[in-house]
Write a protein that binds this ligand. Structure first.
Ligand code: HEM
Length: 427
């Protein structure tokens, strides 16, 4: 039998619920002992998970359609905080499950999945440039400031300029993100009421959204919507709310990327030169390949979705062993992206590894996942994050960082963005 049962029960403050609590060293030891076998891990709650440790199995994980490996509804996109508390069925959370392929289609079209520069790049980059001014206003940069600027930009990009000042909506979205961990009882009712208020407010913005906003594009894509028919056409307001929540991946990634650049002065100089050259050229904007490579490398080291989780829809066979429908399958992406046995210089910041276009399809690295479940906002997310970095670096140098990182030594395994503080000096 190529599977093994272990009790991964020791409480360790790592990973979100449902993830494996084993450390990278434990997963590596498991793999060494069992020659790349799958690990069947029993979580503390008694749930068993198939943990994929071999590249062959990763390939299959990404290749299987949702009819075989589906996102578990309560887990879906939890890493992105898009799970909606207390809704029945396939409510307006993630576009997962074969019931709603049209939702994924809309996301792919409106977010321009696969296009490095979004068709609305002009207005989007103008918003980023305006909001980035808040980042450099005081000479120090920490998470609260980054969140405020990025969230304002996200509301403008998704819903339009009138949403920029909507602190009430911002508060509801923050509450929904906080309730992501599946509230119970009264908290479920409270979360529902916040959900309803946010939904109504977003719908109002969508009604007046301009053609340059993602919501306006979605409304054009969907045509008229019958909001009383739950099985009807995709509601652009639901998608707009999902995208606002999905943009939550940007602030942590932006701050970590700037921190890594602060710790690697040569990379910082090269990135700043690219940022300035883009403006000097006066042509098309938004590509910034060097900065995008830095963002990808920061996501490889510190992924915002460290574990990808699916549930089998029917009985499936893995390495000759049959597993019943409903088996949870976990791909520990953070572990694989930093696996020193398979990734050269696994614990070092090497943005150059993303130069080769094939790196985007390298299944060892999955900051945006792969296959049918891949993030449809990957290019848009990269464009926005790199553009924010460029705005900071054009006028400022990162001259101090907390924590202080060793530029050549192994980087820490985790990096809590709440503890990051950067000092900016005018160029
Ligand atoms: C740094 C930025 C981002 C990162 C690292 C990221 C990462 C991811 C990952 C790993 C997934 C797959 C989760 C899974 O398989 O369980 C995902 C899904 C998704 N992302 Fe992103 N994302 C980013 C930005 C964005 C942006 C800007 C948007 C939209 C505006 C977006 C929209 C979505 C949506 C709609 C899904 C769900 C797709 C589905 O239901 O199949 N993401 N993202």
């Amino acid at each position: 039998v190529a599977a093994l049962l272990i009790a991964a029960g020791r409480p360790r403050p790592r990973r979100r619920p449902g993830g494996v609590r084993a450390s990278a060293a434990e997963l590596r030891a498991l793999r060494a002992r069992h020659e790349d076998a799958l690990a069947l891990v029993r979580s503390r709650s008694g749930q068993t998970l198939l943990v994929l440790l071999d590249p062959q199995d990763l390939r299959r994980f990404y290749a299987e359609p949702v009819s075989v490996l589906a996102a578990d509804p309560p887990q879906k996109c939890r890493g992105l905080s898009t799970h909606e508390p207390g809704r029945d069925g396939d409510g307006p959370g993630c576009a997962r499950g074969e019931q709603r392929p049209e939702r994924r289609r809309m996301s792919a079209d409106v977010l321009a999945a696969g296009l490095p520069v979004h068709p609305a790049a002009g207005p989007i980059l103008t918003v980023v440039a305006e909001e980035a001014r808040h980042l450099t206003a005081t000479g120090t940069l920490e998470l609260a400031r980054v969140r405020r600027a990025v969230n304002r930009a996200a509301r403008r990009i998704v819903l339009g300029d009138p949403a920029a000042e909507d602190d009430e909506l911002a508060g509801w979205l923050t509450q929904l993100r906080a309730e992501d961990g599946r509230p119970r009882g009264g908290r479920t009712r409270a979360a529902r009421s916040v959900q309803d208020k946010a939904r109504a407010r977003v719908r109002e913005y969508v009604r007046h959204a301009g053609d340059d906003t993602l919501a306006g594009r979605a409304a054009r894509h969907a045509g008229p919507v019958d909001t009383t028919d739950p099985d009807g056409a995709v509601d652009p307001a639901d998608e707009a709310r999902l995208w606002l929540l999905a943009m939550d991946a940007v602030p942590d990634t932006l701050l970590r990327t700037l921190l890594l650049l602060g710790a690697h002065p040569c990379e910082q100089d090269a990135a700043a030169a690219e940022a300035s050259a883009e403006v000097a050229a006066g042509g098309a904007r938004g590509e910034l390949p060097r900065l995008r490579a830095c963002v990808r490398e920061s996501l490889r080291l510190y992924p915002v979705v460290p574990d990808l989780i699916r549930v089998t829809r029917g009985e499936t066979e893995w390495r000759g062993v049959r597993h019943p429908a409903g088996t949870a399958v976990l791909l520990p992406a953070a572990f694989h992206q930093r696996d020193p046995e398979r990734v050269p210089a696994a614990h070092v910041f090497v943005p150059g590894r993303w130069k080769n276009p094939a790196a985007d399809r390298d299944i060892r690295m999955a900051p945006f996942s792969h296959g049918g479940g891949r993030c449809p906002g990957d290019q848009l997310g990269l464009m926005i994050t790199a553009a924010f970095c460029a705005e900071v670096l054009r006028g400022h140098r990162i001259t101090g960082t907390r924590p202080v990182l060793d530029p050549v030594g192994p980087l820490p395994v985790t990096l809590d963005p709440r503890g990051v503080r950067l000092t900016l000096t005018r160029r």
